[in-house]
Design a protein around this ligand. Structure first.
Ligand SMILES: C[S@@+](CC[C@H](N)C(=O)[O-])C[C@H]1O[C@@H](n2cnc3c(N)ncnc32)[C@H](O)[C@@H]1O
Length: 440
């Protein structure tokens, strides 16, 4: 439904999706992609989208002094980045604002939010990407979808990936086209080790079998850096990848590193997408951990064990809990490779596992939680509170659910310390946060 054609407004805030936020003359809030706080802009196509008003940016009357020209040629169409029109410094300030807004508006908390730790060089940092395969007039292209749509945008040459990955993607477009069977492949996943330069590639299809073995043989022969190739079967289109992984060629795992920690990971395992900033994030965890060398650390939502293993030199004992079996197995292998004997990794849902564990084990000295965007399961929050867990470090990739969960902890006698945002996702609206939560 279109409500008014045009208006001129002042942008006063930033949404969690990176849109500028302002008000129409009648006081209603409107979200404008591409507009920055402090700017005066002309907007058009003011429409209701779900429960909010959105508008297109028509012209900028007064630009933010740190507005920059987005370097990506498809930025206005691609849904991957939202903040390329802001300088790197301004992106950090906007993320700090986003976190402050979530903490006060959703959490109703006065917890301080520290300035966001940003990257010195905020480009070509991503170590993983999932690209849609699109076929038009017989030519296969790899790319992303526009924001909130299935409009395909070609993305070979993406500035968040290395030249090596972009070269592979461009060549892959030609090779997939040459098979004449582009429709067989829905997506491809690429992982690049920032430590070794090795590449892992996965072809994602709806079919149970992968039917282009010659494509794999050719790639392995021509790309020495391509050390691992997989097939993933995706039957639920709402997911990024399916549960079934079949090994096609090369090694099963790829090695990568976060700071001093070298790890091995399989294709199904979660790994922070930005190695350099993951180290900054983990150092922030370490700075809050207050470890004595004897402590028992519980690393919930542990992935391949990286946070716990990063701290293991200062721990007496480490228990990791992760719901994806492949990731837990990687965690065990990683601990073994490091020669650690004081670690234990469990495949389980943290909310189901913790109550059972606490029945016959003493409370951990430090509990780390690092959930996906939906935040902590309410049952886990209840268990942590009931057990009077003394010290927790919450690592979050979603300020809104972090604020919601902090509110629950604060209401039950916990004190969140200052929140440290870390920018692991430069050019996008996403931000990671670390906070220590102690029992009063
Ligand atoms: C944001 S990642 C963090 C992983 C790890 N801490 C790191 O820094 O790489 C969240 C992890 O939680 C896992 N996960 C999701 N739901 C879970 C649950 N209910 N219980 C345990 N782990 C879960 C995911 O598979 C994923 O590996």
């Amino acid at each position: 439904m279109e409500l008014a054609s045009e208006a001129s407004i002042r942008i006063t805030g930033i949404s969690h999706d990176g849109e500028g936020v302002g008000r129409l003359d009648d006081g209603r809030v409107v979200f404008v992609a591409g507009a920055l706080p402090g700017e005066t802009v002309a907007i058009e196509n003011i429409q209701k989208e779900k429960k909010r008003l959105v508008a297109s940016l028509k012209a900028i009357h007064q630009a933010h002094p740190e507005r920059v020209q987005p370097p990506c040629p498809v930025y206005d169409r691609c849904g991957g980045c939202q903040l390329q029109h802001a300088s790197a410094g301004l992106q950090g300030d906007l993320k700090t604002l986003q976190v402050r807004d979530a903490v006060s508006r959703i959490g109703h908390l006065d917890t301080p939010v520290l300035p966001t730790l940003t990257m010195a060089n905020p480009w070509r940092y991503r170590n993983k990407g999932i690209f849609h395969v699109n076929e038009a007039s017989g030519q296969a292209r790899l790319g992303f979808y526009s924001a909130r749509s299935h409009d395909f945008v070609p993305a070979s040459g993406c500035l968040l990936f290395s030249n090596q990955v972009n070269t592979l993607l461009e060549d892959l477009e030609e090779r997939i086209t040459a098979t004449g069977r582009a429709g067989h492949i829905r997506k491809v996943m690429v992982r690049e080790s920032k430590a070794t330069g090795d590449l892992m590639l996965a072809f994602i299809t709806e079919d149970q079998a992968f039917r282009l073995p010659k494509l794999v043989e050719g790639l392995i022969a021509d790309y020495p850096a391509l050390t691992s190739v997989w097939h993933n079967v995706l039957t639920n289109p709402r997911l990024a990848t399916g549960r079934a992984w079949h090994h096609l060629a090369g090694r099963e795992n790829i090695q990568d590193a976060i700071g001093h920690l070298t790890v091995s990971l399989s294709p199904a395992s979660f790994f922070q997408v930005n190695n350099l900033q993951a180290q900054v994030l983990y150092d922030e965890v370490r700075a809050r951990a207050g470890l004595t060398g004897q402590d028992h650390i519980l690393d919930l939502y542990g992935g391949i064990g990286t946070i716990g293993l990063y701290l293991a030199d200062r721990a007496g004992r480490l228990t990791g809990v992760e719901s994806v079996g492949e990731a837990s197995r990687d965690a065990k292998a990683n601990a073994q490779a490091l020669g650690l004997t004081n670690t234990h990794f469990v495949t389980a849902k943290a909310e189901a596992w913790l109550p059972r564990y606490l029945k016959d084990q003493s409370r951990p000295d430090l509990t780390i939680v690092d959930p996906p965007r939906k935040g902590l399961d309410p049952r886990l929050v209840d268990t942590l509170i009931q057990a009077a867990i003394p010290r927790m470090i919450y690592v979050s990739c979603n300020p809104a659910t972090l604020a919601r969960d902090l509110k629950s902890f604060q209401a039950q006698g916990y004190q969140p310390g200052p929140i440290q945002p870390v920018d692991l996702f430069s050019q996008t609206a996403h931000v990671e946060c670390v906070v220590l939560i102690t029992r009063k």
